[in-house]
Design a protein around this ligand. Structure first.
Ligand code: 13P
Length: 249
């Protein structure tokens, strides 16, 4: 049985004061930790504060990106080691906003994922098609290529230390969600594709859905057989909503 993972991607939101208030709200809430793990991914500047507040709590800390380099002359980059020192254990990689605004490629995501795993960070590797790609009937071709590229040369061992997130670009921040059936179809497609690398690892790997997940649609999405959690944007910025999503399980 795969455990659920409910991850909050705060994106570029969260001053120190806002971070403190949001985490306070999450820490007072309750949910079934046997069923699901919660991880929050605040911006870099809030990670130290968040790490201190979450120390010894059941909530895990993630970052929204990471440098592929270990250290050196890479202005504005943050390394895996730096993330570890503030208590980070997950890292979102290849989010569509990184791909769109910073031209991140599958190859770069693949290289970062290997560096993350090597540092004992769990990568949340994002894939997703645009509206144009879906409407032209290319969803599976696009997702297949992203999965093959981001998981290039992955062994079963690396797959066992990774999480995948399917986020249709047209559903992010738009209020438009994939129907549970549409999401399930793509999740099943991803799992089958990963089974081509290793069958057992494909059964174990968590595949999260992201794109306008809210308290009122979480249950129908999360009850699909191949949806193992959510990567939540807007609704992760309100403790009540985020707790409602994890408690919809
Ligand atoms: P929204 O939940 O705001 O649509 O964002 C989804 C997302 O991009 C999470 O990474």
């Amino acid at each position: 049985m795969r455990k659920y993972l409910i991850a909050g991607n705060w994106k570029m939101n969260g001053t120190i004061e806002e971070t403190k208030a949001l985490i306070d709200g999450l820490l007072t809430g309750s949910y079934d930790t046997d069923k699901a793990e919660m991880v929050i991914c605040p911006p870099y500047t809030a990670l130290t504060t968040a790490g201190k507040m979450l120390n010894n709590s059941k909530i895990a800390l993630g970052s929204q990106d990471m440098s592929v380099h270990k250290n050196g002359a890479y202005t504005a980059e943050i390394s895996s080691e730096m993330l570890l020192t503030v208590g980070v254990s997950f890292v979102i990689l290849g989010h569509s906003e990184r791909r769109q605004y910073h031209a991140e490629s599958d190859q770069q995501v693949n290289a970062k994922a290997k560096v993350a795993i090597d540092a004992d960070l769990t990568p949340i590797i994002c894939v997703g098609e645009t509206l144009e790609e879906r409407e032209s009937g290319n969803t599976e071709a696009v997702i297949g290529k992203q999965i093959d590229g981001t998981l290039f040369e992955f062994s079963a061992e690396l797959l066992n230390k990774s999480v995948i997130a399917y986020e249709p670009v047209w559903a992010i921040g738009t209020g438009k969600t994939a129907t549970p059936e549409m999401a399930q179809d793509v999740h099943q497609f991803i799992r089958n594709r990963i089974a081509g690398i290793d069958k057992e690892a494909a059964e174990k790997i968590q595949i999260l859905y992201g794109g306008s997940v809210k308290p009122d649609n979480a249950k129908s999405l999360l009850s699909q057989p191949d949806i193992d959690g959510a990567l939540v944007g807007g609704a992760a910025l309100k403790a009540d909503d985020f707790l409602k999503i994890i408690n919809s399980l």
